[in-house]
Design a protein around this ligand. Sequence first.
Ligand code: AMP
Ligand code: GLY
Length: 421
Amino acid sequence: MKILVVGSGGREHAIVWKLAQSPKAEKIYCAPGNAGIAQLAECVPIAATDIEKLADFASQQSIDLTVVGMDDPLMLGIVDEFEKRGLRVFGPRADAAIIEGSKVFSKNLMKKYGIPTAGYWEFADAESAKNFLKRHKTYPIVLKADGLALGKGVLICQNEQEALAGVDEIMVDKKFGQAGAQMVIEEFLEGQEVSVLSFVDGKTIKTMVSAQDHKRAFDHDQGLNTGGMGTFSPSQYYTEQYQKEAEEKIFQKTVDAMAAEGRTFKGILFFGLMLTKDGVKVLEYNARFGDPEAQVVLPRLKGDLVEIVEACIDGRLDQVSIEWEDNAAVCVVLASGGYPVSYQKGFVIEGLDAFKDHQDLLVFHAGTAKNEKGQYITNGGRVLGVVALDTTLEKAIAKVYDHVDEITFDKVFYRHDIGRK
Ligand code: AMP
Ligand code: GLY
């Protein structure tokens, strides 16, 4: 098969790496990809959001299967366009990707179908949001821009003054652009946050092993929110009790709810769960693999990802058995100084060769390129994800930190406490 992967981050490197192990994968393309992905796939210089061009490319090259890694093209209707042209593609259509693309939609869906989530209020203008806040007495409280905002449209406010300023940021100053045309204000939840990803074929759902993300830039959860500074899998907090509860109240119910709404969901459905003392609640849905969750989950998947993806597309996921390694994985992200605010690009990366022949030590590239001398250079804020696998979480943590310093570049930084939630 000729396979096309859409995206350019560490997540897409992990997806390409896993697809490449399939005996069915003859040739893999990635648009636009990065320098690490180029070791396994032919990178094609088409932006992930340039849907027309991607569909033209897939037609011209007779691509047998396209896997969409990123959220934006899904929301823009890449799956609809590919299907219209008779191209085989894995991911939700735009009318189902809205489960990630609109917080107002996803909160209303959960309310309508009785899926546990934080209590909330929705607003279409700043004045009514502010009037609500002036009457509200419980803090902290959470403000969310309705639409996609690179994971940044969420403000946790400690008091009324902060919350009023937050409404201005979202709805008046439009700091997150059109994403702030509507907003949700919701109850603040306390607990451990766990990511559970799943394969969905429209009716059947099969969840993957759990993971946890470290979102803040620095050790001990200091600094700004980032796209994710590291992950580990499985989560020790996601006990059988919580899993059973989520299976009863959340997973299948969400898939059924989407089908009942006429928005059949096929693809990767990502549940951001909060394990609270009152039970498990949904914080958010994503319509794709997490980044950097994919980097710790996919290496634990036994068997053939191409087969699972095809079963999802064909609606026969119930006939496929999906198995996982009984081990643990940790991913430490190497970032460039200044991330997530502003950072330079183009620093030469040394030490990657040492990681070439390890089965249990992997490097997924997130933001890299090559210079004219053929050296790897930094090309983003999150540069690389170093992943270690071992029999236990403790051993995987020890292994990853034994090796991260072998990779160096100017202004590199990473967290030293990944896996230690
Ligand atoms: P979201 O994009 O909805 O996942 O929000 C981004 C992050 O904000 C989450 O990963 C949580 O860490 C935090 N967050 C979102 N909603 C809440 C909530 N209701 N209570 C506490 N923290 C939240
Ligand atoms: N790591 C969280 C996300 O991919 O949204």
